[in-house]
Ligand binder design. Structure first.
Ligand SMILES: [Zn+2]
Length: 194
């Protein structure tokens, strides 16, 4: 069972470094209109971290096109923030996975520790069970993964797949990287099948 997140400051600064790489490649690609992208980060104040993270850790890296008439915002994928959720991606995964485990008491402890109430956690469950499997991302990505995942055991089965094969920090990083494409605004829209 995977009871906890890596606690070290190194883990969190490493995730920030991965986000900075992802942001840099987005910046290099420029805006679709050809305009240059300027830094337009915003503060997300992620919940669910203890102790409080220093400010750079709370910044959602983002850009704004510098061309008049466009000014489009471009937000690259992130290994730290999961979609529009204010909780850090790692915590959303961990607490949701724990819910599927055999130890409800431990879930209570985690929820208290990270300040997520039952309703929030229930919403995350709905996200993993109903919303996530319908995303274009998952439909493509699941084909690359062995074993085949049961929807009912997401995200536990995902966490298990990554942590079983790698040391903890590395496993978490690889998993968050794998999920990074769903953190772009709009990426979680459900594709309506015809
Ligand atoms: Zn533009």
């Amino acid at each position: 069972m995977y009871h906890d997140l890596p606690r070290t400051a190194r883990f969190w600064s490493f995730l920030l470094a991965v986000d900075q790489d992802l942001a840099e490649s987005a910046r290099k690609k420029a805006c679709s209109c050809g305009g240059r992208l300027h830094c337009a980060n915003y503060l997300r104040k992620p919940r669910g971290t203890r102790p409080q993270l220093p400010e750079p850790q709370c910044l959602r890296l983002s850009f704004c096109c510098d061309r008049d008439g466009c000014r489009k915002r471009v937000t690259p994928p992130s290994v730290r923030f999961l979609g529009p959720k204010v909780y850090l991606g790692a915590i959303v995964i961990l607490i949701s996975a724990m819910r599927q485990g055999p130890s409800p008491r431990r879930v209570r402890e985690l929820s208290t520790c990270f300040g997520a109430d039952r309703r929030t956690i229930a919403r995350w469950q709905v996200f993993w069970r109903e919303h996530f499997p319908q995303t274009p991302f998952w439909k493509v990505a699941r084909a690359r993964l062995t074993p085949i995942f049961e929807i009912t055991s997401l995200p536990y089965s995902l966490l298990d797949a990554f942590l079983r094969r790698h040391p903890r920090c590395r496993g978490w990083t690889l998993l968050l990287r794998f999920l990074a494409p769903i953190t772009i605004p709009g990426a979680l829209r459900i594709e309506v099948s015809r």
